[in-house]
Design a protein around this ligand. Sequence first.
Ligand code: 5RP
Length: 275
Amino acid sequence: MDWGMANRLSKIIRPKNGRCVMLAVDHGYFLGPTEKLEVPQKTIQPLLPHIDSIMLTRGVLRTSLPPISDVPIVLRVSGATSIIGNDLSNESIITSFEDAIRLNVSCLALSIFVGSKYEHQTLANLATLVDNGERYGIPILAVTAVGKEMVRDARYLGLASRIAGELGAHVVKTYYCENFEKVIEGCPVPVIIAGGKKLAKEKDVLELTFNAINDGASGVDMGRNIWQSDHPVAMLKAVRSIVHQGFTIQEASDLLVKEKKIEEINTVVVKENKI
Ligand code: 5RP
């Protein structure tokens, strides 16, 4: 692997433990102003010190993250669909390599829709990105998007993840499922998990993270279960403790309780001082 590619990849997957805590805030690219991500800058800012990298679009990057930030950027470059449109799988590449390089990104992300009407188009998008990624030393993260008609099981997610790896993706993001170790086993590159819709209980998020790591995931690329929480910083720190420090679910729960109190005090201080 060339120096540039290895260097950028090391900013996504930490070389010291092969793990990754990525914050996903790209939801607006097809969902519009998602709950608690209405003003991205407000959502992102308190979370920045606790993440390894952030996944977002160029529009949110340019408007909501200061250029002096040293957090590695995972730029979403597929889209051009919307939640009210005809078919979410009909994605194109929406950002040029030239602009991605100008933005000094560490990784590019796109969705693939295996089994959908636009399967071929989205897989061809991946192949083209990988060609350019290899040319310029930028790793590619393939997101295995799951259409309404697909079942989120190890067979489907394993198929989609393997295809992404075969087409040259450097990292694959998928969903946790039963028999997740099969998905990991069949995928030749590191796999990270999305959080999905906000789960009912905080402990469910910790369990999801713990089980995924235990089954071989390299980390998380989590969004709603962090920033839709009433205590996003505390939740992020608890998830991080599992990924990077090997905390058990109980240890992470205890940390969450402690961090929630700290976050509440900090929120009051910020409000009172109008910081
Ligand atoms: C959408 C995405 C999101 O980044 C992904 O779903 C992660 O966010 P969440 O944890 O909220 O599911 O790639 O296609």
